[in-house]
Design a protein around this ligand. Structure first.
Ligand SMILES: Nc1ncnc2c1ncn2[C@@H]1O[C@H](COP(=O)(O)OP(=O)(O)OP(=O)(O)O)[C@@H](O)[C@H]1O
Ligand SMILES: [Mg+2]
Length: 307
């Protein structure tokens, strides 16, 4: 990947970083950072991007031994006090989860602007975590939809991972399919939770419940309806999906503290599935008719009746 870096280049970066207040060193091709105990290098410009968020990009980097890392580069406009408090919280969460603290580096850069104006600054934060093979679940399922049994196994693993977090006293608070990494061997899946930007050391029942609701929403959106539906035979028996939702809802219900029992019912989900099925059937019938030459053109919506 970046093995074009020579020992001399690493040495140069080490000297620059060790002699500087900010553990950051830049050449025309690579940026070196030292977010915790080791230096990580990643390519400059548009190279090496593996993910993107609202305020951040994720690039692939590596340490001197060639171990790959995912480097998160966040750009924050001043004032940064809110973000600093949040970064501190994120590190506490990582420590509670037994993960390497996501130590950030503050690099304040003045933005170009007219000389007479008050200068504005951008602040960059850098963190690195071990690179995870595979893709996030949204991306993975979009490219290769899972079968029903694979979806169940993967969904259950997501539940397990969140349960483990809860047992360590942490709620995630930002559960969606892009925040689960999945090694793409669907028959022997390995799921890892990422992105602890909103996580809290707080297992207040309301927070636990929010995690579960987010998980549920993710299953409904990604696992059962939109994606799984595509992978199942076209004559999908709603019962199959009912079964999936039943297994998942039991599992989810078990995560919710008894004081906060409310979840969407399986009935709600099945109704949604059946409505979709009906729509699909009607659409197909119209298409069939059209193919047979009996075009039944429906008047466009909002067309006024002639007076
Ligand atoms: N450790 C990793 N290994 C491989 N890919 C990763 C890793 N971390 C993140 N990614 C990729 O980058 C994407 C975005 O990562 P992440 O969720 O951490 O950032 P984000 O959504 O921008 O975060 P935030 O919401 O805090 O700004 C992920 O969905 C995933 O595809
Ligand atoms: Mg994310």
């Amino acid at each position: 990947m970046l093995n074009t870096l020579s020992p001399a280049q690493w040495e140069k970066a080490r000297q620059a970083i060790d002699g500087s207040l900010i553990p950051y060193f830049e050449t025309s091709d690579f940026i070196f950072i030292k977010p915790s105990h080791q230096i990580i290098a990643y390519p400059t410009g548009n190279k090496g991007i593996i993910g993107q968020g609202r305020f951040s990009i994720i690039k692939i980097g590596q340490n001197e031994q060639g171990t790959p890392f995912a480097v998160k580069i966040e750009t924050i406009e001043e004032p940064v006090s809110v973000y600093e408090a949040q970064a501190k919280k994120e590190n506490e969460v990582l420590t509670a989860l037994g993960l390497e603290p996501y130590v950030t580096i503050k690099r304040r850069v003045q933005q170009p602007g007219a000389a007479h104006l008050k200068p504005t600054y951008l602040t960059y934060y850098y963190g690195a975590m071990p690179f995870l093979k595979g893709n996030n679940i949204l991306y993975a399922f979009t490219s290769t939809p899972p079968t029903e049994s694979q979806a169940i196994a993967i969904a259950l693993q997501c539940c397990e991972k969140i349960k483990e977090m809860h047992q360590r006293g942490v709620t995630h608070q930002d559960i969606h399919a892009e925040n689960f990494m999945l090694e793409e061997n669907y028959d022997n899946p390995s799921v890892t939770v990422i992105d602890f930007g909103k996580a809290e050391i707080n297992t207040d029942p309301k927070k636990l419940k929010r995690d579960v609701e987010q998980l549920w929403k993710m299953f409904v959106n990604v696992f059962s309806l939109d994606f799984l539906k595509k992978s199942l035979p076209i004559s999908t028996d709603p019962l199959t999906l009912d079964r999936l939702m039943m297994v998942l809802s039991e599992k989810l219900q078990a995560l919710i503290p008894p004081t906060e029992p409310v979840l969407p019912t399986i009935g709600d989900v099945s109704t949604r599935i059946r409505t979709l099925e009906e729509k699909l059937k009607t659409k197909r019938a119209i298409e069939d008719n059209a193919r047979k030459g009996n075009i039944t053109s429906r008047p466009p919506k909002n067309r006024r009746k002639p007076k």
